[in-house]
Design a protein around this ligand. Structure first.
Ligand code: NAP
Length: 292
């Protein structure tokens, strides 16, 4: 079994982007990070993104409206950033407070600044295999992890657990594309799927993105499969100062010995999500300049 080291692969990408940004003429790429309220997980995610920006030489502009902001006020923030020629990318940190319509906010972001890849136009471009669009960062990170770990997808069976717009669906579309490091045969499973273990046992590559701690057990995995664990779940753990530990959607202790390659949680897919956000921001900067 080989551990896929997401921290190292993400660091390689960050180093490559640092060199690319240093060679870009004119002002540096700029991303606006919008964080509504003080949700501790969101504070921590945005800090990681700011740090990656600083490492690469991307300008990050942090905007943190209060949790009481209204939908129209948040639209006005996004509209201002859409119109600002110095801003290349806009990220609105999810989840938003319950009184705000998240999908409407994602759609309000100009598609050419949508570095999270959640805008309708970018999802359409993904389905059309149009490279000018932005692909959501977590699924893009999964594909990059597989490519850089030399996992061949062509002709192999990829089973995706989960069909969210943020992870499962775009991951399935990426694996299905007609291009090198794709061309897989893809099955997508969800909460209504019958005979799930029989399907997961067919997977040459299993991508688990359901948000259920240690759901995938050894009896659901074909020996030799490649396992990508996207899940980030907090389970109570009294032995830790925090009172919890992080675990994936895969029961690592029993599945890892069966797998040919596997991602750990933490340190697998998570760091790749940030690296892909950085890559999308540099891409937005280059595309926006060319469009002017
Ligand atoms: P989500 O929007 O809640 O979607 C979960 C998906 O899993 C849904 O499609 C759901 O089916 C399916 N599902 C739930 N229970 C299932 C079951 N028992 N059997 C089969 N399918 C089941 O979650 P998400 O946003 O995609 O995130 C999934 C996980 O990835 C979470 O743990 C999240 O924290 C993690 N995540 C990690 C990163 C990262 O950077 N590492 C980024 C994003 C998300 P239905 O559609 O039928 O409801």
């Amino acid at each position: 079994m080989e551990l896929i080291d997401g921290n190292q692969i993400a660091q390689d990408i960050i180093d490559e982007l640092k060199r690319e940004v240093a060679s870009l003429p004119g002002r540096k790429p700029c991303i606006a990070l919008v964080r509504v309220g003080e949700d501790p997980a969101s504070v921590s995610y945005v800090k990681k993104k700011e740090k990656a920006c600083a490492d690469i030489g991307i300008t990050s502009r942090l905007i943190f409206p209060p949790v009481t902001i209204t939908q129209d006020e948040l639209f006005a923030v996004v509209d201002g950033l859409n119109a600002d020629p110095d801003v290349d990318g806009i990220l609105v940190q999810s989840p938003l407070p319950k009184h705000l319509n998240e999908v409407a906010v994602f759609r309000r972001i100009a598609a050419h600044k949508d570095v999270d890849g959640f805008h309708t136009l970018n999802l359409g471009k993904l389905a059309q295999e149009d490279d000018t669009g932005f692909v959501a960062c977590t699924p893009a990170g999964i594909m990059e992890l597989l490519r850089r770990s030399r996992v061949e997808l062509a002709g192999r069976h990829v089973v995706v657990l989960g069909r969210s717009l943020i992870v499962g669906k775009p991951a399935a579309l990426l694996a299905l594309q007609r291009r090198p490091w794709a061309n897989a045969t893809v099955t997508v499973c969800h909460s209504q799927t019958a005979h799930l273990p029989a399907l997961t046992r067919q997977a040459d590559i299993l991508i688990a993105a359901i948000g259920k701690a240690e759901f995938v057990t050894a009896d659901m995995v074909k020996p030799g499969a490649v396992i990508i664990d996207v899940g980030v779940n907090r389970v109570p753990d009294a032995s830790r100062k925090s009172g919890y530990r992080l675990t994936g959607d895969v029961h690592f202790p029993t599945v890892a010995p069966l797998a040919s390659k596997i991602t750990p949680v933490p340190g697998g897919v998570g760091p790749m999500t940030v690296a892909m956000l950085m890559q999308n921001t540099v891409k937005a900067c280059k595309q926006n300049r060319n469009a002017r």
